[in-house]
Design a protein around this ligand. Structure first.
Ligand code: AMP
Ligand code: MG
Length: 401
């Protein structure tokens, strides 16, 4: 038996970043992993400009009720003339501040007539001026390598005039489901058969993490069929996830299949529930993670143990998402000799605190708990946790991104 934390760290260390890169236009860069540090090549804003519709003046020209001649009207995108002392330049939000001006009076504090403006309110010198470089200065590091690019990063990159970025190539992943009892959804089902739910689940989870799913294969419980599928997956993929067939049953043939292909396999009994049998193998340097067959176990183990390895292989800087302490609401106390991960749903209670409600049925066969849950709550091994206590919360929206 190995502990959950140990298994998580060992799996995260089981692969290295793929390291291959490509250039993509900004419009296709969302969800990709930045492969280079991006440094500002522009001061932003590039020139002092107005934060208001109003008038640019020299603060020292202000007197209560003073009337200044309007030198010109300068719109956003215009280049204004230097300000003659004792004058005002009419400008608008985003207009460049003329040389010689230092302050903007907003139009609500003025009266304009006959080419002159009367200033009604005393300004604070320098007010309503957005200074050159107040956002970003040339040479500053803007985004670190290994960052997952979101709309926020793309906004910043676009503001610098960046049109293409260097990102890591998408991680090529392969999924292998196993079992004589499984049929694909849409196919006729024999009486003793069940539908294959892990195939679409793992493919969708991998895609959600930004990987490219190259194959979703199914093998029946023979060594030959498993080996044929594994060979294809290892040849075409950077990371393989198999599910089922890795316990100690007579038809659990994934281990011998991998070993006969020249691979090495460590089978771990991880002290976690749902979960337990998890294996890590390598064939020709390609990592293969073997998950337990129950869909709920596979979902939890993928979320908690496989996603950090995927992020590492993708080249991301942050591979362990945040975990939050939240209040558990449960009808009965929870305690197990293994680390237990409850399917829970987060909601906002009166007073604004987040509370986690545990799904009523926590068996590893209860697939209907998955769409209901927003994440997993961790019950430490050997510790009883009661209603109202704080637990570690693994939010799916973070752990599966
Ligand atoms: P195994 O680890 O192969 O013994 O599988 C454990 C349990 O998970 C068995 O009840 C299997 O029928 C079930 N199972 C395995 N793979 C899948 C799958 N792809 N979809 C649905 N159930 C599965
Ligand atoms: Mg099986």
């Amino acid at each position: 038996m190995i502990s959950f934390d140990d298994a998580q760290q060992r799996l995260a260390d089981a692969g290295v970043p793929i390291g291959t890169t490509e250039h993509v236009p900004l419009t296709q860069a969302a969800g990709r992993i930045l492969a280079e540090v991006v440094v500002a090549t522009l001061d932003l804003p590039p020139a002092d400009n107005s934060a208001m519709d109003g008038y640019a003046i020299r603060a020292t020209d202000f007197q209560p009720g003073v009337v200044l001649p309007i030198q010109e009207r300068s719109f956003a995108g215009d280049k204004p003339q230097p300000l003659t002392p004792g004058h005002a330049t009419r400008l608008f939000t985003g207009s460049i501040i003329p040389i010689g001006a230092d302050t903007v009076i907003m139009q609500e504090d003025t009266e304009e007539a006959d080419g002159e403006v009367k200033l009604l309110v005393a300004p604070r010198p320098g007010q309503h001026v957005r200074k050159r470089g107040e956002d970003t200065t040339t040479g500053r590091e803007l985004i670190a390598a290994g960052t997952l690019l979101t709309a926020a990063h793309l906004t910043l990159l676009a503001s610098q005039g960046v049109a293409t970025v260097t990102v890591f190539t998408r991680l090529r992943m392969g999924i292998l489901t196993t079992g004589d009892e499984l049929v694909a959804p849409g196919e006729p089902r024999g009486e003793a058969q069940i539908y294959n739910s892990n195939g679409v689940m793992l493919a969708t989870l991998a895609t959600g993490l930004g990987a490219e799913v190259v194959h979703v294969l199914h093998a029946i419980d023979t060594k030959e069929d498993l080996q044929r599928a594994l060979r294809t997956l290892v040849d075409d993929c950077d990371l393989v996830v198999s599910v089922g067939g890795v316990s100690v049953g007579e038809r659990d043939l994934v281990k011998p299949a991998i070993e006969d292909l020249g691979g090495t396999l460590d089978l771990w009994k991880v002290k976690m529930k749902p979960g337990k049998p998890v294996a890590l193998a390598h064939i020709d340097d390609t990592p293969i993670v073997c998950l337990p067959g129950n869909p709920v176990s596979a979902f939890a183990v993928f979320t908690l143990l496989v996603s950090p390895l995927i992020r590492r292989r993708q080249g991301r800087a942050d591979i362990f998402p945040a975990v939050y302490a939240q209040t558990l609401r449960t009808e009965q106390p929870h305690q197990d000799d293994r680390e237990e991960f409850l399917r829970v749903r987060a909601s906002t209670a009166t007073g604004g605190n987040v509370e986690l409600t545990a799904f009523g049925q926590q068996g590893s066969g209860i697939i209907s708990s998955l769409p209901w849950a927003s994440g997993l709550a961790r019950i430490p091994a050997g510790t009883a946790v009661y209603d109202g206590e704080k637990v570690a919360y693994y939010d799916f929206s973070r752990w599966l991104a």
